[in-house]
Structure formats: C-alpha cells, structure tokens
Design a protein around this ligand. Structure first.
Ligand code: MN
Length: 164
C-alpha cells in the first residue's frame, strides 16, 4: 500500500539521486575539458638556437619513406618564438591551445588562436610563436619532407616581435 509517507520518501530519494547525477555530469564535463587541453604532452624543452624563449617539442610522427610528413606538437611560453625560417616542402600549423603570432615576410603579424589552421607555403620566410602574454601550442606538420625541411635564418628581434 502506498501511503502519503511512502510517496514522500520516494519523492525525496528521486530528488537526491537527480541532484547527484547532475553533479556527476558537471564533473565529467570538467574532466573531458581538461583532457582536451592536454591531448599531447608538452615534450622536451628545446635547447637549440632556432628559437627565442622557452619552447617545448613533442615529436609525434617522424618522416619515413612511406609518409613524406613529420608531425610535432610545439608549445611556446609567452614571449617565445621561432627564428625566421622557411620550409622547402611547406608546413601546416594547427593551433591547439592559446593565442600566438604568425608573420610572413613583408606582411603584417597575424594573431592566431586555438582552432586555427595556417598553411605556410614552400620557400616563404616566416616565423611563429606565442604572444607576449599568452602561451600557444600548435601541431606543426612538415609537408613534402622528401623535397626538404626547415631552413633556419636570423632571430626575430624584440622590435619585429612587438610590431603588431
Ligand atoms: Mn614554420
């Protein structure tokens, strides 16, 4: 027999389990968001002179005789950037985190953000990096690596870097 008290208890249980499942949902959303922020590890700190500032690289796929591409996730801390350079076979940048800068020779600096895709044509001098205040991570895909890789040039001066 369902008396009023039983109905009241059932209602109470229903309310509690509803609020619990709400809480679980928001926890799961927060977890999956933090996972998408770190799909690939930052990798190792770059120690060569082709960059200014603190840069991390995680080599995801090296080129081989079947795949004429190399893929790496590169993280620039605020103020960090590549030197001027070009790619004999071109390059594609997939910005996965933060806000950064990209400039081709003779063109203004562009602001690039998470979700943006940049195609760097072969043999066009350019540089890429973080903004002065925000870190930026991109996946760099070296294309047509059978033609050749990056050719490194002079550093991006503080003056060039701050000319937005
Ligand atoms: Mn490049």
């Amino acid at each position: 027999m369902m008396n009023f008290q039983n109905i009241a208890i059932l209602f109470l249980i229903g309310t509690i389990s509803f609020s619990c499942s709400q809480q679980n949902d928001s926890t799961q959303t927060a977890q999956s968001e933090s996972q998408t922020l770190t799909v690939f590890a930052k990798g190792d700190k770059v120690t060569n002179d082709n960059f200014i500032g603190t840069v991390w690289v995680n080599y995801l796929a090296e080129t081989d005789t079947v795949h004429n591409v190399n893929v790496g996730s590169v993280t620039f801390e605020p103020g960090a950037r590549t030197n001027w350079h070009y790619h004999k076979g071109g390059q594609i940048l997939l910005v996965t985190e933060g806000k950064g800068l990209y400039q081709e020779e003779g063109k203004p600096i562009e602001i690039i953000e998470r979700g943006q895709v940049i195609k760097c044509p072969p043999n066009i001098e350019h540089w890429h990096g973080a903004t002065q205040t925000e870190a930026m991570t991109h996946i760099a895909i070296g294309t047509n690596t059978n033609i050749g890789g990056a050719v490194w040039l002079k550093p991006v001066t503080d003056e060039e870097y701050s000319t937005l």
